[in-house]
Design a protein around this ligand. Structure first.
Ligand code: AHR
Length: 508
């Protein structure tokens, strides 16, 4: 009798604990299992002549924040604090109708043009020389996307000459006459934007684009053979995107250094778990494109590598042209942005550049409201990655519970990436807990040994996934704490719907 009641009690407490218990998981890290070197250009950004990104964003001479050149000091400071390495410019869709000669010389002589990409007026007050001033002030590498929509080969190669040639040629002398005798040495050049999309000015099929881009590339490289070229890859994930990338790689493999990919995620169906699976598609696009790169390089016995530049990514589904793309981000979006970055790190061998679209006001990590700068929720994951994840990306073993949704089965609740910097001996573990209700108790093992007993933890979370920041309130931000660790195995509980970065140190 006594025995029976004991068993009943045990069974009861077991069922109780399974209901109230955290989920359980395991992460094992071995710093010798390197995926690839993390290129700092993974922490790039993008500024387009669109809404209040350039005018009223990075540039506003009427602001109390303006520097002597009219650029906002607060935006420059927040860009530096974000750890931005490279900024793509002038678009985007805008670049496919942009004639760069409109934006140089005395400002009073520059034409106002109708911008057909966004149905706006382009005053041409910020042009090449101004953008270079911004890039210098913000300490970022400039990345110029040429117009291969309505533009010509001559415009493309003359732009390279204007930016990079020493004086003594027509366009470089123009640059000198405009106040900058020294070349800008712009290294990264995009061969057009999203030419695969019907919405693009000068949209072409893959064959026509590649032929046109090949000649532009040839002339641009003849103008400066040290430049790196980025082909316009897929942005439009209909039936044909793989063929687009294959054709572009086949025709341009000789001249390009990167193929660009674009992707935007959205919670259109208001379905948390579906939204949390968005980056699985991104992961597939990267893997397939890497396969195509390998196929083409093998076919042409090409030694020169071709990398992926993921030069537009973000959450974008609420604010379109009428709202000037001024998305307000919440806690749920933080998780997706962290998963984009986890995905790029997990493919750091092939993804060597990534640019969050965009920098300020327009689908951006920072906003300016009534002349005051404030940080959106998505600022924080990008900042944490950009300022901490350096060195090598590490292949983490993750075992955890999974869920199914419409397009994908067996989605792990934990999305994980890891990096190790052998200069600072910092080992980073980035974890998104996709689970909306449950925390996940995780046994973490550092296979290499010699773990320091102090670690830092940065967590981004909020009670409500819909919590946003505003000019008056920073509800969602990174919170830092220190933890003590004994030995090389420790447990950590990742709270429901959170992003956590654990910063460990390997002792020398
Ligand atoms: O970033 C906003 C727009 O999204 C870009 O102009 C275009 O390239 C993409 O479709």
């Amino acid at each position: 009798m006594r025995k029976k009641s004991l068993i009943t009690l045990l069974l009861f407490s077991f069922s109780l604990s399974t209901f109230s218990q955290d989920l359980k998981a395991r992460i094992k890290i071995d710093i010798e299992r390197k995926i690839g070197e993390i290129n700092n250009l993974l922490y790039g950004n993008f500024t387009e002549h669109l809404g209040r990104c350039i005018y009223g964003g990075i540039y506003d001479p009427s602001s109390s924040q303006a520097n002597a050149d009219g650029f906002r000091k607060d935006v420059i400071d927040a860009t530096k604090n974000l750890g931005v390495s490279i900024v793509r410019w002038p678009g985007g869709n805008f670049s496919s109708g942009y004639h760069w000669m409109d934006g140089i010389g005395p400002k009073q002589n520059r034409p106002k043009r109708k911008d057909l990409a966004w149905g706006d007026t382009e005053p041409n007050i910020v042009g090449t020389d101004e953008f270079m001033k911004f890039a210098t002030a913000a300490n970022v590498e400039p990345y110029v996307c040429v117009n291969l929509g309505t533009g010509t080969w001559d415009e493309a190669r003359n732009w390279v000459e204007y930016c990079n040639a020493p004086t003594g040629f027509y366009y470089s002398d123009l640059r000198a006459a405009n106040g900058h005798p020294q070349p800008y040495h712009v290294k990264y050049w995009g061969l057009g934007n999203e030419i695969d999309g019907e919405w693009q000015m000068g949209h072409r099929n893959a064959e026509d684009y590649s032929k046109f881009a090949l000649e532009a590339a040839k002339l641009m490289k003849w103008s400066d053979d040290s430049i790196k070229l980025i082909a316009s890859g897929s942005s439009n994930y209909g039936d044909d995107w793989m063929n687009w990338n294959k054709t572009v790689l086949t025709n341009l493999h000789d001249v390009i250094d990167y193929i660009s990919l674009h992707h935007y995620a959205g919670n259109h169906n208001k379905d948390h778990y579906r939204f949390m699976s968005s980056t699985l598609f991104v992961e597939n696009v990267i893997k397939i494109t890497e396969g195509l790169i390998n196929q083409v390089r093998l076919q042409y016995k090409q030694q020169k590598p071709i990398y992926i530049a993921f030069d537009e990514y973000n959450v974008w589904y609420r604010a379109y042209t009428e709202q000037k793309l001024e998305e307000h981000y919440n806690m749920q979006d933080v998780l997706v942005v962290a998963m984009y970055l986890n995905t790029f790190l997990r493919h750091a061998n092939i993804v060597k550049m990534a640019n969050m679209a965009q920098l300020v006001n327009v689908i951006a990590p920072m906003m300016v409201t009534n002349d005051k700068l404030w940080l959106q929720t998505i600022y924080y994951p990008l900042q944490l990655f950009a300022t901490n994840c350096k060195g090598y990306s590490i292949d983490a073993l993750v075992q955890c519970d999974t869920y199914d949704e419409k397009d994908y089965k067996g989605i792990p609740y934990l999305d994980v990436s890891s990096s190790y910097n052998d200069k600072t001996q910092e080992l980073i573990i980035n974890v998104v807990n996709r689970n909306q209700e449950k925390s996940i108790q995780t046994a973490i093992t550092n296979q290499f040994g010699r773990l320091d007993n102090k670690a830092k933890v940065y967590e981004i979370n909020s009670k409500n996934l819909m919590d946003e920041n505003s000019v008056n309130e920073q509800k969602v931000k990174a919170v830092e704490k220190e933890i003590n660790i004994k030995g090389d195995d420790f447990d950590y509980v990742f709270p429901a719907h959170s992003f956590t970065m654990i910063k460990l140190k390997i002792k020398s």
